[in-house]
Design a protein around this ligand. Structure first.
Ligand code: DGJ
Length: 587
C-alpha cells in the first residue's frame, strides 16, 4: 500500500514538474522551448472536422506518426465544447490529448471560436440563433453576414468564457505537457466588405484613430511595413484625426481600422490565455492577400504582413503572426513573415510532396519555429515514406540546428524547375547549391517532366566545416575571392566533358539549366585556376546520424563516384541525408 502511495506521489511530482513551453531569444532567432529543450515543430494540421470523433483522431495520430511528425495541430471547436450555453463538455479535447500523448506527439490547439476562415460557423447553435444578443457584422449596404461582429461585447464575452473554460481545463488535465502552443481563432478577416459597417462598428469608426495606435507607429517608425509607412506618409503623417485623415481615404484604410479592432478583440483572448499559461506561445494565422484581390475579396484585416504593425500595436500579447500558404511563390511568401519583429511559423501549407524539403528551407534560411502541412491526413499513402524520411532526419538534426538558430551560420535551399540553383558566400567560401537534376545523369533531369521540388539546409559548424542536410542537392565549394566561373561545362559521371566546351569547340550547346540566382555563371570553372588564392578541395564527406546530445556518428564515407572524384557533394532526389563536410585548402 505504502509503495503504491509512493509511486503515485512520484508520478504526480514528475507530471507536475513538466514546465510550460515557452519562447526564448538566441541571436536573431526566437527558439521554441518544449520540456526545457529547443524544439522545432515538424508537424501537420488535421482536416477541420477530424477532432470531432475518436476514430478520426486515432487515424490522424497514426498518420502523423507515419509522416515522422513530432506535433499535430488540431482544431478545438466551440460548438462541441459548449453545446448548451454555459455547459461544457471537453471529451473531444481530452481524447486528442490522451491519444497524442500516448504516441509521444505534441499538440497545438487551434481555437475555432467566434471566427473560422472569417465566418462564425464554429460558434454553437445557441449563439448563432441569437443574432439580437450576438450581432453580426454588416456590409456597407447593411447586409448581415454570417460573421459575428468584433465590436460586440456580448460576442467577446461568450467567446472568452468558452476559451477560458477550455484553457483552464487543459491546465488542470494536461499533466503530460502535450499541448505546447495555442492558435487564437482561425484566419480572422472580413469578407464581402473591407470592414464591418454595423452600428457598433460605425460608432468605433467615428471615434477616429486611437492615440495608442499612433504612438505605436511613431515608436516603431523605422521598422514599419513599407506599405503602411508610405500610406501614413502620403496622408501627411498626422498624429491624430479620423481614420481617413490619418491614413487616406481608400479601402485599405477601412482594412487598417478593421485590423485594429480584430486585433484588440484577439488581445482580450490572449490576455486570458496568458493569465492561465504565463509562457505558452500564442499566435494568429492569416489567409493570404494573393492573386491581385482587394480587402473583402480576400479576408480583409487578418494578421497579414502589410498589417503587422497594426496587429502588433493592438495585440501585443500575441507572439507571432503566421501565414497560411496555398499559393505559388513559397520562398517569397515566407520572406514576408520572417521579420526581426515576427518569428516565422507556418501552421498551414498546401500538402504536397515538397513539404519536408520546405521545412528544411524555412529552418535553415529563416530560423523558423516550424512548418505544418494542412490536411496531411488526406495525403496519398504513397507519399508518406519520403515525408517520413525527411521529417525524421530533420528532427534528428534539431540539437545541432538549435545551437545555430539566430547565429547567422545557416542557410536554406529550395529548388524546383523554375529556380534551380543558388550561390551564397560565407566565411570566404563561395558555395553553389543546385537542384540534383542539374547533373544530367538522371533521365528525369532531361525527359521534360517538371523537376521535383527539393531542399535542404547548410550549417557552417566551424571554418571550412559544414553540415548539409536535405534532399536533391548538389553543392560545390570555392574560395570566394577566386574568379567566379562564368560557364559550367557539363562533365559526365566519369569526369570527362560530356560535350566539348567553348574552349575546344564552338559547338558548345549543352550547358546547365540557367542559374536562378547567379545568371552570370557562364565560364569554365577551370578559369579560376589562375587565381592567386588557394583552392578548396573536399577533405572528407561523411554521412552521419546525430544523437540527442548533438554528437555526429559516422554512417558511411562518400568518395570516388559519390563525390564526383572530389568535385562536389550530393544527395539524391528520392533520399534525405545528413552530410558532414570538411574542406581543405591547396595551392
Ligand atoms: C485555411 C483554413 O485555415 C483551414 O482551416 C482550411 O479551411 C483550409 N484553408 C482549406 O484550404
Amino acid at each position: 500500500m505504502l509503495r503504491t502511495i509512493l509511486i503515485v506521489i512520484l508520478i504526480c511530482t514528475f507530471a507536475q514538474a513538466r514546465s510550460e513551453s515557452r519562447l526564448e531569444k538566441q541571436g536573431t532567432a526566437t527558439r521554441l522551448i518544449v520540456d526545457d529543450a529547443p524544439y522545432i515543430i515538424i508537424g501537420g494540421e488535421t482536416g477541420n472536422s477530424m477532432g470531432s470523433s475518436t476514430a478520426d483522431v486515432s487515424e490522424c495520430i497514426a498518420k502523423a506518426k507515419a509522416h515522422g511528425y513530432n506535433t499535430v495541430l488540431f482544431p478545438v471547436s466551440w460548438e462541441l465544447i459548449e453545446p448548451e450555453k454555459g455547459k461544457f463538455d471537453f471529451a473531444t479535447v481530452d481524447d486528442i490529448i490522451s491519444q497524442a500523448s500516448a504516441e509521444e506527439l505534441k499538440v497545438v490547439f487551434l481555437w475555432f471560436g467566434a471566427w473560422k476562415n472569417s465566418m462564425s460557423c464554429y460558434a454553437p447553435e445557441w449563439f448563432k440563433r441569437d443574432t439580437k444578443f450576438y450581432p453580426r457584422a454588416r456590409t456597407a449596404s447593411g447586409k448581415p453576414l454570417e460573421i459575428a461582429s468584433a465590436f460586440s461585447k456580448n460576442v467577446f464575452d461568450a467567446d472568452a468564457k468558452a476559451f477560458t473554460s477550455l484553457l483552464r481545463h487543459i491546465k488542470e488535465t494536461d499533466k503530460s505537457g502535450t499541448v505546447i502552443m495555442l492558435q487564437v481563432e482561425n484566419e480572422i478577416g472580413m469578407l464581402e466588405d473591407a470592414r464591418d459597417h454595423s452600428d457598433l462598428a460605425n460608432a468605433a469608426y467615428n471615434k477616429g484613430v486611437p492615440a495608442e495606435l499612433v504612438s505605436h507607429l511613431k515608436k516603431y517608425k523605422k521598422s514599419l511595413h513599407p506599405q503602411l509607412l508610405s500610406k501614413w506618409q502620403k496622408a501627411g503623417m498626422k498624429q491624430s484625426g479620423s481614420w481617413t485623415e490619418v491614413f487616406g481615404d481608400d479601402i485599405f484604410t477601412d482594412e487598417i481600422f478593421m485590423a485594429y479592432y480584430y486585433a484588440k478583440y484577439v488581445e482580450g483572448l490572449a490576455q486570458i490565455a496568458r493569465s492561465i499559461f504565463p509562457d505558452m506561445p500564442l499566435y494568429v494565422n492569416a489567409a493570404m492577400n494573393s492573386r491581385g484581390r482587394l480587402p473583402g475579396e480576400y479576408p480583409s484585416a487578418g494578421p497579414l504582413a502589410h498589417l503587422k504593425d497594426i496587429w502588433h500595436a493592438a495585440a501585443p500579447t500575441i507572439n507571432f503572426l503566421s501565414p497560411d500558404l496555398y499559393d505559388s511563390g513559397f520562398t517569397s511568401w515566407v520572406a514576408t513573415y520572417a521579420l526581426p519583429d515576427n518569428p516565422l511559423f507556418i501552421p498551414e501549407i498546401k500538402a504536397t510532396p515538397a513539404n519536408s524539403a520546405q521545412a528544411y528551407y524555412v529552418i535553415g534560411e529563416h530560423n523558423a519555429i516550424g512548418l505544418s502541412p494542412f490536411a496531411f491526413n488526406l495525403r496519398p499513402e504513397a507519399d508518406y515514406e519520403y515525408q517520413r524520411k525527411g521529417n525524421e532526419t530533420l528532427q534528428s538534426l534539431t540539437p545541432v540546428i538549435a545551437r545555430h538558430l539566430g547565429k547567422g551560420t545557416m542557410n536554406g535551399f529550395y529548388f524546383d524547375s523554375d529556380s534551380v540553383s543558388r550561390t551564397i558566400e560565407r566565411d570566404g567560401v563561395r558555395i553553389k547549391a543546385s537542384h540534383y537534376f542539374t547533373l544530367p545523369w538522371d533521365p528525369r533531369a532531361t525527359d521534360g517532366s517538371p523537376w521535383k521540388p527539393v531542399g535542404g539546409l547548410i550549417i557552417n559548424i566551424s571554418p571550412l566545416e559544414y553540415i548539409v542536410a536535405g534532399s536533391g542537392l548538389v553543392l560545390t565549394f570555392e574560395p570566394a575571392l577566386s574568379k567566379a566561373p562564368t560557364t559550367t561545362a557539363i562533365l559526365g559521371e566519369d569526369g570527362f566533358a560530356l560535350t566539348p566546351t567553348a574552349k575546344s569547340s564552338d559547338k558548345s550547346d549543352t550547358f546547365h539549366k540557367s542559374d536562378s540566382s547567379d545568371k552570370s555563371d557562364k565560364s569554365d570553372p577551370s578559369d579560376s585556376s589562375d587565381s592567386p588564392f588557394p583552392r578548396l578541395g573536399l577533405a572528407s564527406v561523411t554521412e552521419v546520424s546525430v544523437s540527442p546530445d548533438g554528437a555526429l556518428h559516422r554512417i558511411r564515407t562518400f568518395n570516388g563516384d559519390e563525390t564526383h572524384q572530389g568535385r562536389h557533394i550530393r544527395i539524391g532526389v528520392d533520399d534525405f541525408k545528413i552530410l558532414h563536410v570538411k574542406l581543405y585548402e591547396y595551392e
